[in-house]
Every structure is written in C-alpha cells, then in structure tokens.
Design a protein around this ligand. Sequence first.
Ligand SMILES: C[S@@+](CC[C@H](N)C(=O)[O-])C[C@H]1O[C@@H](n2cnc3c(N)ncnc32)[C@H](O)[C@@H]1O
Length: 237
Amino acid sequence: MSTYDKTQATHEFTRWSESYDRSILQVLLFGPSHRAIIKRIKAEYGDQPIRVLDIGCGTGVFASRIREALPNAQVWGIDLVRGMLTKGVERWKRHADGICAIQADSERLPFGWGAFDVVTCANSFHHYPHQDLAVEEMRRVLKPGGRLMLVDGYRDRPYGWLIYDVCVAGIEGAVHHASAARFRELFGAAGFEQMTQKVHPGFAPFLLNEAIAPSLARTIPAPHFAEVSSRSTSKSV
Ligand SMILES: C[S@@+](CC[C@H](N)C(=O)[O-])C[C@H]1O[C@@H](n2cnc3c(N)ncnc32)[C@H](O)[C@@H]1O
C-alpha cells in the first residue's frame, strides 16, 4: 500500500504555498475549523496569558487569528515546509511580539517537556506518516493538564468518506484522515485523558478532537527496577 510521505508533503505545500491563502478551502473548511478551536480556547482560558503551539501552521493564518482573538496568548507555529512559512512572512512580522514561527516536523518537536498550555493542530494531521509519534510529541510538550485541540476532516459518514477519502486523497495522494475511533485509540495510547469529540457538519465536515495531558506522575515512565523486599535485602550476595 502506498503512503504519503514527507517528501510528498514538501512538494505539495511548496507548490500550493503560492495560492494557499486564496484557496476556496479557506472559506469552506479552514476558517470554520479555526473559529471552532478559538471558541474552545476562549471558553477554557479566557484572557489568561497562555502559551500555544500550533502544529502545521502553514502561512500563519490560524496563528494570527489566535493572537487577534487572545491578545495575551504567546503563540509558536511550526511547519515542515519552508515555502509555507515564507509565504506568511508579512504575518510573522506583524505579530512579531506574539508569534514565533519555526520550521520543524510534527514528529520531532523542538521543545522541551511541558512547554505549552495548549497545542492546536488544524487540517494538517492527515499528512503525517506516523500519526502515533506526532500525538506522543503533542502530549510530551503539553504541561500536565494542558489541552490538545486537533481538527481534521471528518471521514466517517458516507459523505465525509467521499470528500476526504475519495476527492481529497485523489488530489493529495495517500493522505490518511483518521476515523473518530482511530483518534480515540491514538489519544488513549499517548496517555491523554478526558477526550471529547465534536463533529462540525457542513460542505466540508470536520471533527474537533480535544483531550487533556495527564499529570506528571502518569507521564513519567515507571522505574526500570523492581521493589526490593526486606527479605531479599537481608540475603547475603
Ligand atoms: C492544509 S495545511 C493547514 C494549515 C493551517 N493549519 C490551517 O488550518 O490553515 C497543512 C499544513 O501542514 C503542514 N505539514 C504537513 N506535514 C507536516 C509535518 N510532518 N510536520 C509539520 N507540518 C506539516 C503543511 O506544510 C501545511 O502547511
């Protein structure tokens, strides 16, 4: 089975970067999905000075919308494709005091543990060849109790399947829109808790997956040694 890889993503988005901000998808899918995430961030954090990481930030449309809606938020955007980041240069300049854009891969985030209150990922996840690694990285860079908010095309119903698995995959190649069940599996395996999922219907239906990063005690792996009982310590060796 062929899979979509990072070289294909780089070619696709380097090519698309020229017209990306004028795409009809800005109206049909990207804009509505950005508004849905921003509404949820506002509901949870209000005006607090939070640190947000936007993964697959592209030309920065979403990152700048977050900043405009939440002026106290500091936003980091990462994207695999230099051409997409370069096209957003005017946006990065305009928001230089609140947004920092970095070229990086979702599967190897250039941040330490627990660096962010919120991680967002909008319309990018279906391009990741190793979605499990990306979700683990999202968990790693979130503070305990921090929130992941991830939107991608909803492909479970026949209409969603037609749009994403037939039409979008026909254009983009072997991208993978995860089912709602698969998201639950991936988030659970990475240790996320209190997961919720909301379908936003429409011409381009999307699924907003949300979950909370576990507390530190659950995050730190179990020690690689067994407990020593008093009986075994008294034995001579
Ligand atoms: C459809 S665009 C979405 C851009 C933006 N999040 C939005 O909603 O408007 C998908 C983005 O994901 C990026 N991308 C693809 N694979 C990636 C990866 N492995 N790591 C980081 N970004 C990636 C692409 O370069 C592209 O900018």
